[in-house]
Design a protein around this ligand. Structure first.
Ligand SMILES: C[S@@+](CC[C@H](N)C(=O)[O-])C[C@H]1O[C@@H](n2cnc3c(N)ncnc32)[C@H](O)[C@@H]1O
Length: 215
């Protein structure tokens, strides 16, 4: 997927229907398993009084949960207008409207104007984007304290799923492609911005990572 496709509406894979169904699921069940793992790993580092930049934040689950753990303010950048609208509405419903700023667009294109934050997160976003070094590199430089991500594991069967899935998506004219990057390559980009690893856990298809900036 490119973010112009993501933001274009129409056959948008992250459109209004998907946003509604994600919100319904979140209200009923709370954060998904790997999102919960990421949230637990971040809160274990201490998040009280910190600010957040959540890139590709969807309906805003990470911001909403971290507000309850003491994060003071969050910026969500998402390429999908429908997800941004849902995140704003849910934040207002939960009484956090004054603590969240939402910006629609491709983070890589907007990065120069996005302020740094104590915590930066990308939950299941790296696999949507064709230029990992740009997305991960630019987002990592924005993290003054913690950097968390959930992205696909670098395994043969995960790549096999991508190899089967992408042609099907193309045939169905779904404007999204899965990108599976080498763990060593993602790790090198994050470390290259001065962050050091603090947490790593595998969970089926996904891996959950947290890095910290040494003081
Ligand atoms: C699979 S969804 C994940 C949403 C949410 N983080 C979650 O885990 O439920 C991927 C999200 O990333 C957004 N996205 C992908 N690439 C992006 C980019 N370069 N800039 C901003 N948002 C992006 C998409 O619009 C979509 O909302």
């Amino acid at each position: 997927m490119t973010c112009s496709e993501c933001a274009s509406g129409g056959a948008n894979v992250f459109g209004t229907r998907q946003a509604k169904s994600q919100l319904k699921r979140y209200r009923k069940k709370g954060p998904d398993g790997t999102t919960r793992m990421l949230l637990n790993a971040l809160t274990a580092e201490g998040v009280e009084g910190l600010t957040l930049l959540d890139i590709g934040g969807g309906v805003g689950v990470i911001s909403l949960d971290l507000f309850k753990s003491g994060v003071t303010a969050a910026t969500e950048v998402d390429a999908s207008p429908a997800y941004i609208a849902a995140a704003k509405a849910e934040a207002a419903r939960q009484g956090f409207a004054d603590r969240i700023t939402c910006q629609q667009g491709d983070f890589v294109a907007l990065a120069a104007d996005i302020p740094a934050a104590d915590i930066v997160t990308l939950d299941r976003v790296i696999c949507c984007y064709p230029d990992m070094p740009a997305l991960v590199g630019q987002s990592a430089t924005k993290a003054t304290k913690l950097y968390g991500a959930v992205y696909p594991r670098d395994l043969w069967w995960v790549r096999a799923l991508r190899n089967i899935g992408n042609p099907i998506l193309r045939l169905m004219r779904v404007p999204i492609r899965l990108f599976i990057y080498r763990t060593a390559a993602v790790d090198a980009v994050i470390r290259g911005s001065g962050l050091v690893p603090r947490f790593h856990r595998n969970a089926g298809y996904w891996q959950v990572v947290v890095y910290a900036r040494p003081v």
